[in-house]
Design a protein around this ligand. Structure first.
Ligand SMILES: [Ca+2]
Length: 282
């Protein structure tokens, strides 16, 4: 029975590990540190973000907060996290996922504030933002493109007025179908299609802002940000292990089972043969 249990748990761990590798994460910033100058990338790609404009405390740093079970960062005008340029940040197709809330949806953030974005020439190469220019206040996923010698932006979104609840936004660009999509809490809000491709310029990636400017910064709280190098829908993201509590439990049970098995064997065979062999070998 114990061997079966250990086998099942081991299989479960392997399955979880295989799933974790199968998810095409480019970067994952859970913002769970609670202090310090680094927002670590937990995707395994080492794309850690720095708070603000320098490794030291500076006026562009967002502030850490914990509210109930959520640890994240609070952003105000001019604050951001920045991930230095890496080629992984410039995929052909992309999905950007951000969980955020607004603190004062009546008076802020106005328009053109970015939850997260890869800056491009005139605007974002890709980004989740709250509308700009003639666009209604709301939530949009935009890509910046160049096509036939011209540049522009393609934005999928909706003039939805914010509230103070947490919401998860997912924006995707599918290069194979030239389609931009935006979801809020798993609900598809908008779809836009145009025969263009994302234009990149080697900029860093930012959380809470879009460019090296004190303008266009998000004013509110962010729980986490994830970036993927293909177009994914929320139901494809739902099974991402964060945190893999059951896997940790399984690992604990495996350890316990192995420990019990060793104790039982030791009790049956007398002194630990392995340690006796080691001492004789010295
Ligand atoms: Ca800083």
């Amino acid at each position: 029975m114990r061997k079966i249990l250990v086998g099942l748990m081991g299989l479960g761990l392997l399955t979880w590990g295989a799933h974790a590798r199968a998810v095409p994460l480019v970067g994952e910033w859970l913002l769970d540190e609670g202090s310090g100058q680094t927002a670590a990338d937990t995707s395994g790609h080492g794309l850690d973000a720095q708070l603000g404009s320098s490794p030291a405390v500076d006026s562009s740093d967002p502030t850490w907060f914990t509210d109930g079970s959520v640890t994240g960062q609070h952003f105000q005008a001019g604050t951001y996290d920045e991930v230095p340029f890496d080629p992984l940040l410039e995929p052909l197709s992309v999905t950007l996922e951000v969980r955020a809330r607004w603190n004062d949806p009546v008076n802020q953030p106005g328009s053109a504030s970015y939850l997260a974005a890869k800056p491009g020439g005139l605007g974002p190469s890709y980004g989740l933002y709250t509308g700009a220019g003639s666009m209604a206040r709301g939530i949009y996923f935009a890509i910046g493109y160049s096509s036939g010698g011209s540049t522009g932006f393609l934005a999928a979104g909706q003039g939805w007025l914010w509230d103070t609840a947490w919401h998860t936004f997912v924006g995707s660009w599918d290069a194979s179908t030239s389609t931009a999509r935006l979801w809020r809490d798993g609900q598809l809000l908008a779809t836009r299609t145009a025969p263009v491709s994302i234009a990149y310029d080697g900029s860093p990636f930012r959380i809470g802002s879009f460019a090296k400017s004190t303008l266009f910064t998000f004013q509110g709280d962010i729980d986490f940000v994830r970036l993927y190098d293909r177009a994914l829908a929320p139901d494809q993201l739902a099974a991402i292990p964060e945190p893999p509590a059951w896997a940790l439990l399984a690992a604990g049970l495996v350890s316990l089972s192995v420990l019990r098995y060793r104790r039982q064997r030791a009790a049956t065979r007398g002194p630990d043969t392995a340690s006796r062999t080691r001492s004789e070998a010295r």
